[in-house]
Each structure stands twice: as C-alpha cells, then as structure tokens.
Design a protein around this ligand. Structure first.
Ligand code: FES
Length: 580
C-alpha cells in the first residue's frame, strides 16, 4: 500500500482556537499563556494531545506520569506542541462491578475530549486491559492522527524458585489452597512476588494481548508491545513515538488509513500466534465498529483457525513478557506470519511504511520462547467460534488454553443462575457434580452482570480439585481474564439476560461440544427449547438512572463487540462552534 502524505504546511484544526487576532482566539490563546508558553508556540505547529491514563487507582499505568515526559520530549524535538490530557482510566483491578462496563464510557468521554479540544493529533498512553481498547475506540471515532504507546509489562515474578505470572498464578495458587496443596500463609507470601515492578500484567493476558493487537494493527511503532515497563528502551520508544506523531499530523496519516480490514485480519492472526486473550475478540470487534468496518465473529474463526500458537507464554505456555522481549518480541511473530503467507504485508502502519518493512529483518533470539511452527504449542491456535442452538450468534473458546481431551465432550449441565448462586453453592460438598459435568453460568453477559465480568473461568468444586482434576467444561455469557486458562466457553450469544437460549438451560440437560466441528448443542428438542424460551422472564431489574441505565439500555451483544449502539461508526472531529 502506498500512502500519499498531505501537503504541508496547511492550517490545522488547532488554529481554529489559537490562530489569528479575533477576540475568541485571544480568549483561548491568552488563557493558555497563563502556563508561560511563548507566543511562537501558537504559530500553526501541530498541537498534540497526550492522552494519559495514569491514575493511582490504575496501578498498571502508575508509571505513565513519568513516561509521559519522554513522549512530550519527542513532540518538542519534532517541532510539535504537547498538551497532556488526563483521561478516564478504567482499571481492571479496582473498578466494580467490572472495568468492562466502563470501557464504553471511557471511549465516549475520551472521544468528546478529543473532538471538543484544540488538538491535531493524539498519543494514546495506555496499558491496563481496558485503557488500550477504549482509547483506540475513541481515536477511531474521531479519526485524527493517533499513535499508541503502552506502558509495558512488569518484570518476571518469582516465588519459591518458580516463575510467577500475573493473574495466572493467582488462579493456580487459589486452586492449590482449595485442594490443600498450598497453605494460606504461602499464598500471602506469594502476593508481593506477583507484582515485582511497575507495569502491566507480565503474562500474555489482556494487557499484553491488546498491546500486541495495537502493534499488529499498525497503530504503534514496531517493537512497542513487549518492552518491559522499567527498561530504558521503553522510554526511548515513548520519545520516538512523540517525534513520530508530529510527522503523522503533517502527513495527515489517520486511524482510518491504518486500521483497515487487512490490518484487522493481521491482528486476528497475530492473536492466534501469540495465544492471546479472548478479550481481544470483543475489543477488536468494537474498534472495527468505530472505523465503520463490519468485522464479525466468523472473521475471527476464518482468519485464526489455521494459525499455530508459537509464543510460549503463560497462560498457554511457560514464559513471561520479559522473555518474549529478549527473544525479539512481536516483530519476530509478525515476520513468521508473513513468511507463512498469513500476513497482509502491505498493511500501512503509523510509521508511514508497510508492516512488512518493519518486521522483515526481525531475528528470533530464543526459539523456545518463540517457537518454530513445527514445534508450536498448538497447531491450530486462534479463537474457535462455536455455534449451535445454545449459541445461535456464537460463543468463543481459546484452544491453546483448553484441555485436548475435553474438545469433544458430552456432559450433564450443572447450572448456576448467576455469579452469586455460583459462589453460594460451589463449595457445597453435597452439590451433585463430577468432572464429566458441564458447569453453566448465566446472567454474566454485557447486560446481565452488568458489564460482562471476567468470571467465566469458574473455579472447580473443591471436592473435584482434591481428586487432582484441574479442568472441566465451563460455559457462560461472561468473559475470562486473559491470564486464565481451561476449557472455558465464553461470550455465549445472545446472552441469558437478553433471553438467549443459555437462559433456559436446566441442571440435568445434556450439552455437547465439538470444537473441531465448531458446535455447541443443548440436547433437547426444538419444541422444548421454544416452549422454554417463550416462558422466559428477565430476572434482573433495569437500573433506574445513571450510567448503569445507559449501559443496560444501549449495550449490544458480545458477538458484535459489546459497544453502545449509538457510538458505532466514525463521527470525525469537526471543529464545533465557539461559545464566546
Ligand atoms: Fe492491569 Fe493486568 S490488571 S494490566
């Protein structure tokens, strides 16, 4: 693909606020000068909004307050004018009921912060799970030149000589405590070892996945995703990205030029190769919706199906992001995809060149961390999209994190009506359940929870864990943490709270899954299914007011990205009327 830069110099949108001698301009410019900016900064140079998701309550992004200074330095060096803008920061580990409920609110508020303010381009300074997609959604809706800089992953954790990965080992240790294999004291001792430095989760969880998605989409400079948060090269990357955005504004290189259908297909295949999080499915569908692309679950299945998982990282494999960086990081993976005919080589990136230009020389320095395809973790990675009478609009499963012996299975349903029901009964020794059963969790989808919490990887009953069993088939309309694992079928659509078939599954029904055939079947007659569906009544009340009401009223299904229906599409960044 060839990109034709716009003519330069030209009048930028920020000049609508700051260029000229009118009363309104003097009002805007004079006010900003109270920060001590000299007059020549308002001469028509690009004004770059550095959208910073730093927050004390988003610890994964806690270091962005320092990293932003390197971004600003790069912008100054390239002749731009940086303005730092704090934006909504939806932290994965603090927000209740779940950060996912606020991804769309963040995207909505940030979109308006971009559109309503005098910026010509944006640096998206992100990290924690929801911060990356929410800013990408906002940038896509406004379509001003934008570049992603992620904060980078934490250093490896270690406990009792073993590599400890964020999230993944929390689930493992907690199951070990329930199974009597670890003491509570050891669990508490392990706590600090899980978060050894600043940065995002160090597994191939959702944050690392979304950093990789941003790079594979072409929205970040090559190599951005894997650099550890505390590595000096992370700071270099921030500075180079600051320099680059200024030229992007001059060239008018916009998100819609970069995030094209080939770019999304590259990202989907990359997700398969890295063993990325199932959360990437809802986020990429939502981002695509903001650029007006009709990306579907079928695209996920079609593009990802034949991609081998070659990145040996937890939760699917054994290493962590630090080792992935030392091995060469995402460029090595993209090069491999390109050599296997699985990459649209001419997709444009924020560099102004093609993605192939960026990765064709990448070298693999550790072939156990980034495996050759012949030694892949899973020959068919990607995301499997299952359909059937239990999920007419689809459900997803991550084969690389699942147990091979459960990929074709028939079992008796043990149903939990919602997460409270699950918590109340899962530890009951009298619960009629064994390892052949299928655990079913309802009412945890976008409308149901509300917000589609990461509760789909339900912990197994203690009595089964004590037998040494570590996996069972689990089905829900919820999501799963990218750091989690197991034979877990997620995002079942339509969700139970919207009256999908999941809502009428009963304990004792038989359920069949066949991942190879992409089938998810509730073994009751069509007549019985329709009788149950017509008798279904919603079990949750609609919130009376506030954002929860807005979310409940307008959120769409997981099969299309769980965005708010009125936010889909690109609305651009027209300069509005002045109010003075
Ligand atoms: Fe924030 Fe994992 S919880 S990056």
């Amino acid at each position: 693909m060839t990109f034709k830069p716009a003519d330069w110099p030209r009048r930028l949108r920020s000049q609508e606020w700051y260029g000229g001698t009118s009363r309104d301009v003097i009002y805007h410019r004079g006010w900003l000068k109270n920060q001590g900016y000299p007059d020549d900064l308002f001469d028509g140079r690009p004004i770059i909004g550095v959208l910073n998701t730093w927050s004390d309550l988003t610890p994964c992004n806690g270091h962005l307050r320092e990293l932003v200074e390197k971004v600003k330095a790069g912008i100054w060096e390239a002749g731009g004018f940086p303005v730092e803008v704090p934006v909504f920061s939806a932290s994965e580990n603090t927000f209740r009921p779940t950060a996912m409920m606020f991804r769309n609110l963040a995207a909505l508020s940030i979109e308006e912060q971009i559109r309503g303010q005098p910026v010509d381009g944006c640096v998206l300074l992100v990290g924690c799970d929801k911060t990356t997609p929410s800013l990408l959604m906002a940038a896509a809706s406004c379509d001003l030149p934008s570049i992603v800089v992620t904060g980078g992953p934490m250093l490896n954790g270690y406990f009792q000589g073993e590599r400890v990965g964020s999230g993944t080992h929390l689930w493992r240790f907690s199951e070990a405590v329930k199974a009597g294999e670890m003491t509570q004291e050891e669990f508490l001792e392990a706590e600090q070892s899980m978060s050894r430095s600043t940065g995002t989760c160090n597994t191939m969880g959702t944050a690392s996945t979304m950093a990789s998605m941003a790079e594979a989409l072409g929205m970040a400079l090559s190599g951005n995703a894997a650099i550890p948060a505390v590595d000096s090269r992370r700071r270099v990357m921030a500075q180079l990205s600051g320099r680059r955005i200024v030229q992007m504004v001059k060239d008018d290189l916009k998100p819609s030029d970069v995030m094209t259908r080939p770019a999304f297909e590259n990202a989907i295949r990359t997700n398969g190769a890295i063993g990325g999080s199932t959360n990437a499915v809802v986020h990429l569908l939502a981002i695509a919706g903001r650029v007006g692309l009709d990306l579907t679950l079928d695209d996920w299945d079609r593009c990802g199906r034949d991609v081998a998982t070659i990145v040996n990282l937890l939760p699917s494999g054994e290493y962590l992001m630090e080792e992935f960086f030392y091995a060469g990081g995402l460029p090595v993976v993209l090069r491999q995809l390109g050599e296997d005919g699985l990459l649209h080589r001419d997709a444009l990136t924020v560099s102004g060149g093609t993605i192939w230009d960026e990765v064709r020389e990448a070298r693999n320095w550790n072939s156990d961390v980034i495996r050759p395809v012949a030694q892949a973790l899973t020959p068919q990675g990607g995301i499997a999209v299952l359909k059937g009478n239990l999920a007419p609009k689809g459900a997803v499963l991550k084969p690389s994190a699942a147990s091979p012996h459960l990929m074709q299975h028939r079992g008796r349903a043990v149903v939990f009506e919602d997460i409270d029901d699950y918590k109340a009964r899962i530890g009951d020794e009298a619960l009629e359940i064994d390892e052949t059963c299928v655990m079913v969790l309802k009412n945890c989808g976008p409308k149901g929870y509300p917000g589609m919490a990461e509760v789909g990887n339900m912990g197994l009953p203690p009595k089964i864990l004590r037998k040494g069993i570590t996996d069972m088939v689990r089905i829900s309309d919820a999501r799963m943490s990218g750091t989690a694992y197991g034979t877990v079928i997620l995002h079942t659509s339509p969700e139970a709270a919207a009256g999908g078939p999941l809502a009428v599954v009963r304990t004792g029904d038989m359920i069949e899954i066949d991942v190879a055939a992409r089938r998810l079947h509730l073994d009751i007659s069509e007549q019985e299914l329709q009788t149950r569906l017509s008798a279904w009544q919603p079990v949750h009340e609609t919130p009376p007011s506030g954002y929860a009401w807005l979310h409940q009223a307008h959120v769409e299904g997981a099969d299309t990205g769980a965005d708010l229906d009125f936010l889909k599409g690109c609305r651009g960044a027209p300069v509005g009327k002045d109010s003075h």
